[in-house]
Write a protein that binds this ligand. Structure first.
Ligand code: FES
Length: 361
């Protein structure tokens, strides 16, 4: 048995034992330590950590979840990490995210809305309930995390972040991009019905608000990357957070734009929130900004008096370009939090299985 020591980003530690043939996540669970994980097959990057000391072997994982340059830098996926000696590991979340008791991750609910809100986005709303009593159940999660939703009648799951915050009426709203030939998209377009029962698992993921004093917070979202970002901004609204906040949102075509009125209302109700919406290829009647969220960010960073915390969410190209601009303007890397959406088939450790949406933070 080897000793595994976990250090969280707020400097707390916990430790447990792990055998030669066990991965770190499984060994921790055996000893009632629940670290953040999701797929547990090396495909989603939820369990990514930095090894600061010790030897280990990594087995069967997706190079999308752990690219070779990260592996060379000592990053590991704990669900695929087998110790070969004592290990010291840093995880990118706070101690309160580790549970030391059984955590409920299986939920059921009923569909209460499924509406097309732009040419390629569906608003899918589920009310989580106790399957026996039908009473609404609050699903505890941190704004920015995600849930796996199962397509009814199948074992196929896809990962989506709620745009809402945890509420006592159990309602979770998901903003979902339609993918050509995507299995979940086919379900939403053809089979989803009001009152239909759905199974969910979660919450998962480490993309969430970091408490770094009153440093300004910039949220940058491309397409349905708005969903977790909206959850975080709504959480700030609920707790009346005092931070100077910017929410920058971009789409390619005007017909892809959604939630514009909701965002305007949110900005009206939050005096510290500045909203920027950009359309790359607008129609002649568009009165807002033309360009990308990267252009918007550049503009806001040029005028910034302090280096903000930056939260990025969207497709990989947009996230990479935005990350570069933030670095160019001197925002330290450890103040940039990101989550990339990758098509399930590209992110899977096991392409036969259909895979998981890759998320990183
Ligand atoms: S939980 Fe380890 S990669 Fe998904």
């Amino acid at each position: 048995m080897f000793r595994i020591q976990i250090q969280t980003e707020d400097g707390e530690t916990t430790s447990f034992e792990c055998g030669l043939s066990e991965d770190v996540i499984t060994a921790a669970l055996r000893q009632n330590v629940t670290l953040l994980s999701s797929c547990r097959e090396g495909g989603c990057a939820t369990c990514k950590a930095q090894c600061t000391d010790g030897d280990y072997e990594m087995k069967n994982y997706s190079s999308q979840a752990l690219p070779s340059n990260e592996e060379e830098d000592g990053l590991v996926l704990l669900c695929r990490c087998y110790p070969r000696g004592d290990l010291d590991l840093d995880v990118p979340y706070t101690f309160d995210r580790i549970s030391f008791h059984e955590v409920k991750t299986e939920w059921s609910g009923e569909v209460i809305a499924c509406d097309k809100i732009s040419s390629n986005v569906i608003r899918f709303v589920v009310r989580c309930t106790d399957p026996e009593t039908g009473v609404a159940l609050k699903v505890p999660f941190f704004a920015g995390q995600y849930m796996d939703i199962e397509i009814p009648g199948t074992q196929t799951r896809r990962s989506f972040s709620p745009a809402t915050t945890p509420s006592d009426d159990g309602i979770m709203e998901f903003l979902i991009r339609l993918q050509p030939d995507g299995l979940f998209s086919q379900y939403l377009l053809n089979d989803a019905k009001i009152s239909q029962q759905v199974n969910l698992r979660g919450p998962f993921g480490v993309f969430n608000l970091h408490h770094n004093g009153i440093r300004p917070r910039y949220f940058i979202a491309g397409g349905t990357g708005l969903s977790p970002v909206l959850s975080m901004v709504r959480a700030m609204q609920e707790e009346k957070a005092p931070h100077e906040t910017k929410l920058l949102f971009g789409v390619t075509h005007q017909h892809e734009l959604f939630y514009y009125d909701e965002l305007l209302k949110l900005a009206e109700s939050m005096p510290k929130l500045t909203l920027g919406v950009a359309v790359m290829l607008p129609e002649p009647d568009w009165k807002g900004a033309t360009g990308t969220v990267v252009d918007l960010l550049r503009q806001h960073l040029t005028e910034a008096l302090a280096k903000p915390d930056i939260y990025l969410c969207g497709p990989p190209g947009m996230v990479d370009a935005t990350f570069k601009v933030a670095e160019e303007y001197g925002v330290p890397k450890d103040q940039i939090y990101l989550e990339k959406f990758t098509p399930a088939s590209e992110a899977s450790a096991d392409p036969e299985k259909g895979g998981f949406v890759l998320r990183q933070a």
